[in-house]
Ligand binder design. Structure first.
Ligand code: 6R9
Length: 656
């Protein structure tokens, strides 16, 4: 029998196992061995979190842990002042750890840079002074649109040092998305790059940003990091090379003492309307949450471990578990510029071997891609240093969990499946790896200090164990978002109206096992898609499609997809009697890439003469999903014109 045959058989056998207790070799040395931490937190959650806040260096100690007098506008650690960049860098240098590597950066073409805490300390101070020199100060929003290079960390920490909230936009988004996010956040400066490298090709970034940025008068400065090379026109008075600005800047910049509630950053995320939400996080609570979870969920030993989170800094996972969590704890991390399949499909495992990675954190979609590429690629590398694996972004199917466990983890690494959101700031539901078993497909239990309930959508009452309901969080936690940038009303209506100001509405369906309280997160209940662990809004993609001149109407659904979890499938009706053609399909896909970014391009476009609508004119996306996924149709009698469905079914049959 082939090796693949053996592996299939082994995985089938593992599928029979329900629980995977921490391997003895791991549990012996783990930071936490039992559930006593959960119990200690339950005795007084607020006091317990206040205790964890002591892991940070405060300039002034907080006086009140939680102020819940005006729900849902909760505040944490009032009276305290601190600085995120001081906690990320200065205190490690002051403790004599300046020579410790913060990031082993690995470039696409194999370049290597070891960035120490002392390097960060120097560059962050210079960068902070460079920002100040351009009139940027406390409270001014600074946009960051950079690839995975060490400068992105320096830029974020420099903003934090002077109290300028950063607004990072994922490098895969289009220039138009950057423009929109800079406009709505009234950004005063943008830090971007000349060009970005992707799989051996170099794409201009600065020139595309220039094409759309002209009309923004709040934006006074564009800093340009020179990285990918190529032509880079600079506008007099507005544009400055990052390297020149740092070289000209003074190398000392005291970290500004900031109120615990001072906004550290805003990060735009997709919601159920076309307008992205500016999720706003603060300093004291957020840092407490990311520091505790990073240390205990990953069982981190900063002196020994080499940690790698494969996300992009442009997402919340990057903010919390590439930048702030790891740096709070003085971690040595790997940062990789490139894609998982460039220069070859074994590059991740090559890097794990090369840098001696011990803790590895990635997304199910990446694991599924690696499964496809075959177990012989990781087998070519020595992965024996790995001792813990993590997963985030979407539910992990048991088969992928087991493959990860067996092929990457060599059956000796616990897997932490971490459930959380941009809004929650840090991990909320998972297992503490030395204390709880892993159960493939279930994230685990709420962490100490975190409280969840699964409720009936109508009554808001808790559903019995084993029954599907809506996931809610029932107590405030320090890393929670504080509002949506400039839009308190939308903050309240999105998260706190459905079940009242004490119950945070998550937007995910879930169920809980009776015997051990493990939570299974099933997926979104709103019009939010999850493609390769990236959150996107159906409304946002629809409005991009409809803005194409030949399109009359569009409905977007997330079609279940073997590789990416969900894939964007768009039903499109055209203007007049235009006919759908492959060229037009390509045009629409390109149009969406322009408007939002490549990641939002529909994988599939279905030409429709009409869309199924209720009598009140609402598009029935549920029916479209049934059609796209080849299911029998449910009740169509509420439709204004049930004939539409037959026509669509005919189209789908034709295409297959
Ligand atoms: C961190 C992050 C949040 C949504 C969330 C849920 C899904 C994330 C998950 C998971 C099942 C996990 N999600 N982690 N579902 N198991 N371990 O991904 O933030 O981009 O805001 O997405 O992702 O649906 O509500 P974000």
């Amino acid at each position: 029998m082939t090796d693949t045959g053996h592996l299939e058989q082994d995985l089938e056998a593992l599928l029979q196992i329900e629980n995977f207790p921490p391997p003895a070799s791991f549990a012996e040395h783990a930071r936490i061995h039992d559930r006593s931490v959960h119990e200690a937190a339950a005795a007084d959650p607020v006091a317990w979190w206040a205790e964890q806040a002591k892991a940070l260096d405060w300039f002034t100690e907080p006086t009140t842990a939680l102020d819940d007098s005006n729900p849902p506008f909760y505040t944490w650690f009032k009276g305290g002042t601190l600085n995120a960049s001081y906690n990320a860098v200065d205190r490690h240098v002051l403790a004599g750890n300046g020579d410790r590597v913060a990031f082993h950066w690995h470039g696409e073409e194999g370049e290597q840079r070891a960035v120490t805490y002392a390097d960060l300390h120097r560059d962050v101070q210079r960068a902070a002074n460079a920002l100040k020199a351009r009139g940027i100060g406390k409270g001014d929003v600074v946009g960051i649109f950079l690839p995975m290079i060490p400068e992105v960390v320096v830029a974020m920490l420099a903003c934090a040092r002077i109290g300028a909230p950063h607004n990072v936009v994922f490098g895969g988004f289009s220039a138009e998305s950057v423009h929109e996010r800079m406009e709505v956040s009234e950004a005063k400066a943008l830090i971007t790059v000349d060009s970005a490298r992707r799989k051996g090709k170099t794409a201009p970034v600065k020139t595309t940003v220039d094409d759309v940025m002209g009309s923004l008068d709040t934006l006074e400065t564009i800093f340009v990091v020179q990285h990918g090379g190529g032509d880079c026109p600079m506008q007099d008075g507005r544009d400055v090379f990052w390297g020149d600005a740092l070289a000209a800047a003074d190398d000392e910049c005291e970290a500004e003492p900031l109120d615990a509630e001072h906004p550290l950053f805003i990060l735009y995320s997709s919601g159920s309307t076309a307008k992205p939400k500016g999720i706003q996080h603060t300093t004291g609570g957020y840092l407490t949450g990311v520091a505790w979870t990073h240390k205990h969920v990953f069982d981190l030993r900063p002196e020994e471990d080499v940690y790698w989170c494969s996300a992009d800094v442009g997402w919340i996972t990057g903010h919390s578990y590439i930048v702030y969590g790891p740096l709070m704890n003085g971690t040595t991390s790997v940062m990789f510029e490139g894609a998982p399949d460039y220069p070859h499909k074994g590059i991740w495992w090559e890097l794990c071997e090369q840098y001696g990675v011990t803790l590895f954190y990635t997304a199910p979609t990446a694991i599924r891609a690696c499964m496809k590429w075959g177990a012989d690629l990781p087998a070519q590398h020595d992965l024996s240093k790995l001792r813990l694996l993590g997963s985030v972004g979407e539910p992990i199917n048991p088969k992928a969990w087991l493959w990860y466990h067996k092929v990457i983890g060599g059956e000796r690494c616990p897997i932490v499946d971490t459930w959380w959101q941009t809004e929650t700031g840090h991990i909320m539901i998972t297992t503490l790896p030395g204390a709880q078993y892993g159960k493939p497909g279930s994230a685990g239990t709420p962490l100490p200090g975190v409280y969840a309930a699964i409720v009936d959508p109508d009554s808001g009452e808790e559903v019995p164990d084993g029954t599907q309901g809506l996931l809610t969080l029932t107590r405030p936690w320090p890393g929670m978002l504080r509002t949506l940038f400039g839009d308190d009303d939308r903050y309240v209506s999105t998260y706190w109206e459905k079940f009242g100001p004490q119950t945070y509405f998550v937007g995910d369906a879930s169920k809980r096992d009776a015997d051990d309280g493990y939570v299974w997160v099933i997926g979104r209940v709103d019009d939010v898609l999850n493609v390769s662990g990236h959150r996107m809004s159906t409304a946002e993609i629809e409005s991009a499609i409809v803005s194409h001149g030949k399109v009359a109407e569009s409905a977007v659904i997330g079609q279940t997809d073997e590789d990416t979890g969900q894939a964007v499938c768009a039903f499109v009706t055209l203007e007049g009697d235009l006919e759908g053609t492959p060229d037009l399909e390509a045009e629409i896909r390109e149009h969406v890439a322009q408007r939002i970014g490549k990641l939002a391009r529909p994988k599939r476009i279905v030409w429709a003469d009409d869309l199924p609508k209720t009598r009140s004119g609402k598009i029935m996306r549920r029916l479209l999903k049934d059609i796209a996924e080849g299911r029998a149709l449910g009740d169509v009698t509420t439709l204004r014109d049930p004939g539409v469905m037959q026509q669509l079914q005919g189209k789908i049959a034709e295409a297959q």
